[in-house]
Design a protein around this ligand. Structure first.
Ligand SMILES: O=C(O)CCC(=O)C(=O)O
Length: 298
């Protein structure tokens, strides 16, 4: 059994808390050991091998299946050593951080799977698309198993979007966007996201209503990541309740104190001309090819 070789303080810092309430996410550095990360990548390769994807960087950009998938492979449940991945999902530091965010007892829903994003050439790149999760969850975590640099398939997020989006859904956790969703979505869709680069073993903690997206990998190495979902123990009770005026009703006292003591204004999206031109182009191409203009879900 591989265990973390560094003793870490699981407790949330006030910087993390303050950043989370304002931005809807934060990154905790070096949660996993190098050994754990290497083993996760090894497990990914066992499955990729079976699927006929070569472990040869010079072949990735021209490989037919990778091109068709625009570099995005999601290994959900088919990996051989899912048990190991689920032990990572239950990592004590991650559990403790999520517990401090949500408050009370939490439940880990296990790994969603391994998400390797392969390098692609510019001609097969996909347009990024902000979305929220369609399945119910309160905090989700993205684990990076290797360094993720700029243009290397890092997760994109729209900081601050968790606040208006929480109120643009009919239920606290169940996915049902209401009439406010589209205008809010459109405002963020025109703005540039934050690119969450990170290091091997880092874990990103995210609020369930934050707009996020995968991104293209134009670098020369694979982006190896894993997504995990966490809910409070009384989740089923809360799932179909109407969102409260107090956005943070279902979060821990620590989070609520950070909200109360926050003096910074909500982050607003800033429209970007290049994004708006790119969207026009994408929408035009989609129209011609009969593809829907938006897919709001995952
Ligand atoms: O792989 C990524 O970077 C993003 C995945 C994602 O957004 C999702 O599955 O909801």
């Amino acid at each position: 059994m591989i265990s973390s070789n560094v003793i870490k303080n699981a407790e949330l810092t006030s910087e993390e808390l303050n950043f989370f309430v304002l931005n809807g996410y934060f990154i905790r550095k070096a949660v996993l050991s190098n050994q754990e990360c290497d083993k996760a990548i090894e497990i990914a390769w066992q499955e990729l091998d079976k699927q006929g994807i070569p472990n040869k960087p010079e072949k990735w950009k021209t490989h037919q299946r990778l091109k068709r998938k625009m570099g995005v492979i999601k290994l959900r449940g088919e990996v051989e050593d899912n048990a190991f991945l689920n032990t990572l999902a239950e990592n004590p530091v991650v559990r403790s951080v999520v517990g401090e965010l949500i408050g009370g007892e939490i439940k880990c829903m296990g790994t969603r799977g391994l998400y390797p994003t392969f390098p692609v050439s510019l001609t097969v790149a996909r347009p990024y698309e902000p979305h929220i999760e369609m399945h119910p969850v309160q905090v989700f975590a993205m684990y990076y198993f290797d360094d993720v640099k700029n243009n290397n398939g890092a997760l994109y997020v729209w900081p601050g979007s968790h606040l208006p989006i929480y109120h643009a859904c009919d239920y606290k956790f169940h996915y049902q966007p209401n009439q406010n969703f589209k205008p809010v979505y459109n405002r963020y869709n025109l703005s540039k996201p934050a690119e969450l680069t990170g290091g091997k073993g880092d874990v990103i903690f995210l609020h369930h209503r934050i707009l996020h997206s995968g991104s293209n990998n134009f670098a020369d190495k694979i982006r190896f990541a894993m997504l995990v979902d966490y809910v409070p123990a009384n989740f089923e009770q809360l799932r179909k309740q109407k969102p409260n005026e107090n956005t943070w009703e279902d979060w821990s006292e620590k989070v609520q104190l950070a909200v109360e003591s926050n003096t910074q204004a909500e982050i607003q999206p800033t429209a970007s001309l290049s994004r708006s031109l790119a969207l026009k182009l994408v929408h035009g191409l989609r129209k011609v090819r009969g593809i829907p203009q938006h897919s709001y879900g995952e």
